[in-house]
Design a binder for this molecule. Structure first.
Ligand SMILES: CC(C)(COP(=O)(O)OP(=O)(O)OC[C@H]1O[C@@H](n2cnc3c(N)ncnc32)[C@H](O)[C@@H]1OP(=O)(O)O)[C@@H](O)C(=O)NCCC(=O)NCCS
Length: 105
């Protein structure tokens, strides 16, 4: 499967990590950056996959990502670190509703 990685893996183009300075959260900054990548997915008709911190799941959900699985990694302690596997699939509804934010206009 040809996938644009917006998460931790490194493909070109790719975003390895996204974070907003807490002083500037909830103003749409991360949405603008992520949509840049999703715009390419829609244009090239390919899905996007990423692994999200649990705190950021509502953010990715609003952009159209669906959780496919959860990953649990045992760290020393033992402490468990959890992430959600999120998939953004390009379909006819997404094409109709989400193209207007194209980064190239
Ligand atoms: C997740 C993160 C990148 C969001 O950045 P942001 O610039 O505040 O995001 P936006 O302003 O574009 O938020 C868009 C929507 O996402 C959702 N959202 C964002 N942060 C949220 C939160 N803490 N709780 C619930 N929903 C949230 C909301 O629906 C929000 O829309 P609204 O403000 O109109 O309600 C930021 O909180 C962050 O840096 N978190 C720590 C790092 C991290 O976990 N990064 C993700 C790694 S995979």
């Amino acid at each position: 499967m040809n996938v644009v990685e917006l998460g931790i893996a490194h493909l070109d183009p790719g975003l390895t990590f996204i974070g907003t300075d807490p002083c500037y959260e909830r103003r749409g900054a991360a949405t603008s950056l992520t949509r840049w990548g999703l715009d390419r997915c829609v244009k090239d008709n390919i899905p996007a996959y990423l692994e999200s911190t649990l705190n950021a799941v509502p953010f990715y959900g609003k952009l159209g990502f669906k959780i496919t699985e959860r990953v649990s990694i045992e760290l020393e302690g033992p402490v468990f670190y959890e992430e959600a596997c999120c998939l953004y699939e390009v379909n006819d509804d997404i094409k109709k509703t989400e193209v207007p934010w194209s980064a190239e206009t």
